[in-house]
Design a protein around this ligand. Structure first.
Ligand SMILES: O=P(O)(O)OC[C@H]1O[C@H](O)[C@H](O)[C@@H](O)[C@@H]1O
Length: 628
């Protein structure tokens, strides 16, 4: 019996357990009752004559009337319900199924009910998106708000870089990462005081795009016993930092600390660094001999690392955004230190990039995703994207996509300055686990989402499978849960996309990252926004700075009052007045409450606790000790 030609990847390790489809040689005799093989080229080849093409059948059944609204968005005026006929669904599945044979990756958009009219209406916008993407890859200023190029695609294909200088920079950075990682793993580079005589741990200090990619990849690809085990400080939570350092214990002496910050000035990362350096001092260790910086040249972090003589420094480029930096040293160094094949990650991303350069929408997986997102959320984010990998190791993919998608698409203004408040919300964890958490609402509740299933065909490495009952394995249950959930949601008009890979490997993870980076870029073109800046984040950082500045004034006022004999407790009004900030009295109350909870301010006896009546003073301290 022949194997299933398309579904089972070309990779030698995947031998079909038991072929379940008869492979037919001639397609002309196919009726929709016959089995179908997956030919090596696009399924939509018209020679696959299984009755009228699926999408025209969809046209008859779901007569969506799409029309342009005044703002140019293509909106669905009427929806007659999704196509439920099994035969026409099969046709739609086969007709729209995207297959990347070399990657063993499939994209099924058949359970998204877009119509032919919609696809035809979107064609010009998609072609414009393809042209914009082509210019971007050639080095255009695709991030106009910051006047920057957008070059993350060059990281996995340096010859695409617009000039030889950038090409050499990329190649040199990759070589430096590989060389350093090899020398650390081999023990040639080792910590000065470690009993093991080699580095055994990585402590990554970074946040946002300087953490989410490395966290996703570590969870997805790190071997059970990596040469160095990675942990992350990705916040300015003192208890969280203490927990990571406590877990390291004496292994702090064999820990390589990688501090990652493109800007080199992110407060949370800086605080994490200062806290870790304090731990090193208290342990009698020399941080510089175990510290590595990944940051833009001449950033505050880069200069600190250089002046203090840290072990190594690796570059980040201004034309790589934090949320698209996984294929730079940000992601490659931590991965390589865990013995993850980074060249395979790059290869997978490069193959997916190449596939996404076609201007034939049906053959462009990133364009198909963007088209589905637009259809499902009306081009305005009217529905959330629920990401459900049915594979534990892909647990953090949705968190990774939250930044990639939402920080790229969640923008107040479009490229013409119109206020659009665009976006596409992402959430999810993993299946089938999430079926026992919120699938109830997805199946029956508010219809404000569409689902993206990530299917991994290979359950266990070859030879490790086990039937927990005759003919059934654990993985069969996982497979069944995914398919069952997809069917149950669809039966109740809930749309879904399914991305299928053969197994979780550096190559397939690299391809998934590249797929979504490109889909976000194409979708951004469809809704006319800049996907590559993040003005809203700066606003939050500025506001945080203002709170800290107010805290400093509160502390100074309290300190002055507390240095009098007798000590003079102050009411909130008095504190606000002396800070010349009566309008900030609520924030002043919150600052004092936080200080009091941490024994840094004292609430006078008799204050009944109501914000209006508390009296506060400082404990034993003076302005010099006041940290803010
Ligand atoms: O890498 P850094 O410069 O420290 O920035 C870390 C993060 O900071 C901000 O939140 C940006 O919006 C993110 O895109 C970035 O990944």
């Amino acid at each position: 019996m022949a194997s299933i030609s398309g579904i089972c990847s070309s990779s030698p390790s995947l031998k079909p357990r038991k072929p379940f489809l008869r492979t037919t040689t001639s397609t002309s005799s196919l009726s929709c009752k016959d089995s179908v093989s997956f030919p090596t080229r696009r399924i939509s080849d018209r020679s696959l004559s299984i009755g009228s093409p699926a999408h025209s059948v969809a046209r008859e059944i779901s007569a969506d009337l799409s029309s342009k609204t005044t703002d140019g968005a293509v909106k669905k005026e009427k929806k007659m319900g999704l196509d439920k006929d099994p035969d026409s669904l099969w046709r739609r599945y086969v007709d729209w199924l995207y297959q990347h044979k070399e990657l063993g990756l499939f994209l099924d958009v058949s359970r998204v009910g877009f119509t032919d009219e919609f696809v035809e209406e979107m064609e010009p916008r998609l072609q414009a998106a393809f042209r914009a993407m082509e210019e971007l890859e050639k080095g255009a200023i695709a991030n106009p708000d910051e006047g920057r190029m957008v070059g993350h695609y060059w990281l996995r294909n340096p010859k695409l870089a617009p000039n030889s200088f950038l090409k050499v920079q990329i190649e040199n950075a990759l070589d430096a990462v590989c060389k350093f990682a090899d020398e650390v793993v081999s023990g040639k580079i080792k910590p000065p005081y470690s009993p093991e005589g080699r580095f055994t741990q990585i402590l990554s200090v970074g946040i946002g795009g300087s953490a989410l990619g490395p966290q996703f990849v570590a969870e997805a690809l790190a071997p059970d016993n990596p040469p160095l085990k990675i942990r992350f400080i990705d916040n300015t939570d003192p208890a969280g930092i203490d927990h990571q350092i406590a877990q390291l214990g004496p292994e702090l002496a064999s820990t390589l600390v990688i501090v990652i910050s493109k800007s080199g000035g992110t407060p949370e990362t800086r605080n994490g660094l200062l806290e870790v350096q304090k731990a090193f001092r208290e342990a009698g260790l020399d941080f510089a001999k175990q510290g590595v910086a990944i940051t833009q040249e001449n950033s505050l972090l880069d200069n600190t690392a250089r002046i203090e003589g840290w072990l190594a420094r690796f570059p980040m480029f201004d034309w790589v955004g934090g949320r698209t930096s996984e294929m730079s040293a940000v992601g490659l160094l931590p991965a390589a230190l865990q013995a993850i094949d980074i060249r395979e990650m790059l290869a997978g991303a490069s193959l997916m990039d190449e596939a996404n350069r076609t201007t034939v929408v049906r053959n462009n997986p990133a364009a198909l995703l963007a088209l589905c997102w637009y259809w499902a959320s009306d081009g305005v984010g009217s529905k959330d994207m629920v990401v459900l990998p049915y594979k534990d190791s892909l647990l953090l993919f949705s968190r990774y996509l939250q930044q990639l998608v939402m920080e790229s698409l969640g923008k107040e203004f479009d490229l013409d300055g119109n206020r659009v408040n665009q976006g596409l919300s992402v959430y999810g964890n993993k299946g089938s686990t999430d079926q026992h958490a919120y699938i109830q609402q997805l199946r029956e509740g508010v219809h404000n989402f569409f689902v993206t299933f990530i299917e991994v065909l290979r359950d266990r490495p070859p030879g490790h499978d086990w039937e927990l009952e005759p003919g059934v394995t654990c993985g069969d249950y996982l497979f069944g849960m995914l398919q069952g959930t997809r069917s149950a949601l669809y039966a109740n008009e809930r749309e879904s996309i399914t991305v299928t890979v053969q197994e979780v490997t550096p190559r397939s993870v690299g391809a998934l990252i590249a797929l979504y980076e490109r889909a976000v870029g194409i979708y951004a073109s469809l809704v006319n926004i800049n996907a590559y800046h993040q003005p809203g984040v700066e606003a939050g950082k500025k506001a945080a700075g203002e709170v800290l500045a107010l805290q400093k004034r509160v502390l100074a006022v309290l300190n002055e009052a507390s240095c009098k004999e007798p000590v003079e407790p102050l009411t909130l009004d008095e504190v606000a007045d002396r800070c010349h900030a009566p309008e900030d009295i609520e924030m002043i109350y919150k600052i004092i409450a936080h200080m009091a909870a941490n024994d840094r301010a004292l609430i006078a006896e008799g204050s009944c606790g109501s914000p209006r009546s508390i009296k506060v003073f400082l404990g034993e301290c003076n302005v010099d000790e006041l940290y803010v």
